[in-house]
Each structure stands twice: as structure tokens, then as C-alpha cells.
Design a protein around this ligand. Structure first.
Ligand code: NAP
Ligand code: ZN
Ligand code: ZN
Length: 353
């Protein structure tokens, strides 16, 4: 396939696992018939960006341009695009394409594409070769089927993190049918966790937030938790034993999963969305006693991501954010590692121009 015509755009990239991110210029393809070109206005900062930039999961292709919580304005559309017109607001999350033919794709679960989805960054780029390059940039071109519509009533910068942190917590809460009459735990009050609290509350559950940071207690209650447990306090953990229907674990670092399995009722489920770098051990006994389940969940497909955005529009739900300049990204990563994020950094992309 001949390489498409390209244009260049400013971006921020990591050159190696140990390098700081810095300014660069990257190529984007000129929009093809089905493509939408978006001027990126805001991009959220996910812990996965940091894991990838620093090659904590292995397999990072450099230079790496992270960023998969993208919102902006449509600046150009291909001749066959029907969903968007120039000037519309649009969003792009963690996926920019998939095979579209396998059973998962046909069910709208493109994140579980059986032949391999194309992620927004660090996937082989089917158009340009090399890795796909993410949202820490001024402009991106994505096929219309993987571009989301943004509710007009929400603050744009605070919508950006819905594209990953939002859908990653919304999807498992929906899949496991969390709702009224259930006691639900959310572990870790970071970008994902704070959206988990908001959604679990919006779905009508009783919400308990587990944190290692006692200073986040008041915020957790304001965000929608009915109760806060400081997980380092053994007595507080003991008091919750055997009482949860469902627990969503959104922690970015290794920790003791058995402590949370023990908090589940009979037939309760612990779902992992956090993706720490090293394997974590699970004892047989916390699982086999009380027939508990342990599962994982990956972001969400395109139909469910649109459903989540529409739900947020209807219910006035956005993320709690701290806007940063592009050149503050390295400092933001350091603060993220200290759990010092309230509760998502969002890059104002005007600062890259
Ligand atoms: P984040 O904003 O940095 O939040 C992580 C939170 O985990 C922290 O705020 C902290 O909460 C808690 N934490 C950190 N270190 C801890 C430790 N050593 N022990 C216990 N708790 C600790 O990260 P994020 O962006 O929400 O992402 C969370 C994880 O989910 C990352 O691993 C990310 O890669 C992964 N992720 C997965 C998916 C998916 O599809 N499954 C999608 C996006 C992200 P407290 O201060 O409250 O304890
Ligand atoms: Zn993410
Ligand atoms: Zn597929």
C-alpha cells in the first residue's frame, strides 16, 4: 500500500524508557474518505500513559506519544464521512480501529478484537507504519467509526478523561449489573477510581471507597462515596469482611488482592481494572470459600463508550480535573506516582502551539 500524503503536527514524545517527554514534530495522514481530522483541544493523562512511556509493561515502541483521552474540534472530514462535519466537537479514546469482522467486533466489543485492535498509541500503525501516536499532540486523524460524539452541555476539558477513565469504570459496573441494594467497593481514588465512585453512586449502589491516602476522605465523600476505608488500617478493613457484592480495583501499583477478596460476600466478584507492572498472587482459600469470583475488564467498546458519554450528558457527570500545560507533563507523572492527582490531569493543548 503506498504511504498516504502526510502533514506534520507538534507533539510531545518519550524517546526511551528513562527519558523525559519533550517537544517533537510527528506526521499524521491527510484524511482519507472515511477519516475525521481533529484539532486536539484537551487530552487527559492516564496512568497507562506513564506505564507505556516508561516501558513498564514491555513492548513500548519509541519515540512514544502517549494520550488516549482526546477531545477537540473537527477540522476536516473525508468525502464519505457522515457522522461529523467541520466544527463539531469530537472525542477519541483508547482505540482507533479494529478488524471489525470478528465476533467481538460485531458485538461492539472492539476492545476484545480477536485479531488485534489498533490502540491510539503504541500499536502498529496500519496507515503509516511505525507505532500509532497518541493525543499529546495538536491534531489527530481517525476513521469516523472510532470517533465519539461529545454531549454539548458538559465542560469539554472535564469530558476528556471520560474517554478512558470513564468508560473503564462504567463498563464493568454495567457488565456486572451494579445497582440499588448492592454494596460496592472502589479501590484507589485516582483517575479511574474517582469515576468509579461517581458511576457506582449514579447507578444506585451503596459505595465504599478504599484508599491509602487518608487525606482524600472528604473528597471521596463529596464525589459520592457513602463511606471511606483507609486500607492501611487493619481494623477498618476487618470491619468490612464478607460484606461486598462487588469490588472494582483501580490501583496502579502492586498490592494485596486477597485483602479485598476477603471483603466479598458469598458469590461476590472482585474486578481488576488497574494494571500493575508485576503479577500479583491470589490465595486459593479467599476464592473457594464463599465461591467468590475474580475477573478483569478492559476499557469499553465504541457503542458503550457513546452510551457512557450520553449518560454523562444526561446526568451532568464529568471528571474532576487539574489543567496543566504541555510542558508540565513530566512533573505531572511524578505527582501521579505519589498519588497526588485530584483527580485527573488534563493537558490544555493550546499550550503546545
Ligand atoms: P492514578 O490516577 O495514578 O490512580 C491510581 C491510584 O491507585 C492512586 O491514586 C492511589 O489511590 C492508588 N495507589 C497508588 N499506588 C498504590 C499502592 N502502592 N498501593 C495501593 N494503592 C495505590 O491511575 P489511573 O489512571 O486511575 O489508572 C489506574 C490503573 O488502571 C493503572 O495501572 C492504569 O494503567 C490502569 N488502567 C487500566 C485500564 C483498563 O482498561 N483496564 C484503563 C485505564 C487505566 P489512593 O491514594 O486512593 O490509595
Ligand atoms: Zn487510559
Ligand atoms: Zn475484531
Amino acid at each position: 500500500m503506498p504511504k498516504p500524503i502526510c502533514y506534520s503536527t507538534k507533539a510531545y514524545s518519550a524517546g526511551s524508557a528513562s527519558a523525559k517527554l519533550g517537544a517533537t514534530t510527528i506526521d499524521r495522514r491527510e484524511p482519507g474518505a472515511m477519516d475525521v481530522q481533529i484539532q486536539i483541544l484537551f487530552c487527559g493523562v492516564c496512568h497507562s500513559d506513564l506505564h507505556t512511556a516508561r516501558n513498564e509493561w514491555g513492548g513500548t515502541m519509541y519515540p512514544a506519544v502517549p494520550g488516549h483521552e482526546i477531545v477537540g474540534r473537527v477540522t476536516k472530514v473525508g468525502g464519505s464521512v457522515t457522522k461529523f462535519k467541520v466544527g463539531d466537537m469530537a472525542g477519541v479514546g483508547c482505540l482507533v480501529d479494529s478488524c471489525r469482522r470478528c465476533p467481538s467486533c460485531r458485538e461492539g466489543l472492539e476492545q476484545y478484537c480477536e485479531t488485534g485492535m489498533v490502540m491510539t498509541y503504541n500499536s502498529p500503525d496500519p496507515h503509516l507504519g511505525g507505532p500509532t501516536l497518541g493525543g499529546y499532540s495538536q491534531s489527530i486523524v481517525v476513521t469516523q467509526d472510532f470517533v465519539l460524539k461529545i454531549p454539548a452541555n458538559l465542560e469539554l476539558a472535564a469530558v476528556a478523561p471520560l474517554l478512558c477513565a470513564g468508560i473503564t469504570t462504567y463498563s464493568p459496573l454495567r457488565h456486572w449489573k451494579v445497582g440499588p441494594g448492592q454494596k460496592v467497593g472502589i479501590v484507589g481514588l485516582g483517575g479511574l477510581g474517582h469515576m468509579g465512585v461517581k458511576f457506582a453512586r449514579a447507578f444506585g449502589a451503596r459505595v465504599v471507597l478504599f484508599t491509602t491516602s487518608p487525606g482524600k476522605t472528604q473528597d471521596a465523600l463529596r464525589l459520592g462515596a457513602h463511606e471511606v476505608v483507609v486500607s492501611k488500617e487493619e481494623a477498618q478493613m476487618q470491619a468490612q469482611a464478607g460484606s461486598f457484592d462487588f469490588i472494582l480495583d483501580a490501583v496502579s501499583a502492586n498490592h494485596d488482592l486477597n485483602a479485598y477478596l476477603n471483603l466479598l460476600k458469598r458469590d461476590g466478584t472482585l474486578v481488576l481494572v488497574g494494571a500493575p507492572e508485576k503479577p500479583m498472587s491470589i490465595g486459593a482459600f479467599p476464592l473457594i470459600f464463599r465461591r467468590r469470583s475474580f475477573a478483569g475488564s478492559l476499557i469499553g467498546g465504541l457503542p458503550e463508550t457513546q452510551e457512557m458519554l450520553d449518560f454523562c450528558g444526561k446526568n451532568g457527570i464529568t471528571c474532576d480535573i487539574e489543567k496543566i500545560r504541555m510542558d508540565q507533563i513530566n512533573e505531572a507523572y511524578e505527582r501521579m506516582l505519589k498519588s497526588d492527582v485530584k483527580y485527573r490531569f488534563v493537558i490544555d493543548m493550546a499550550t503546545l502551539r
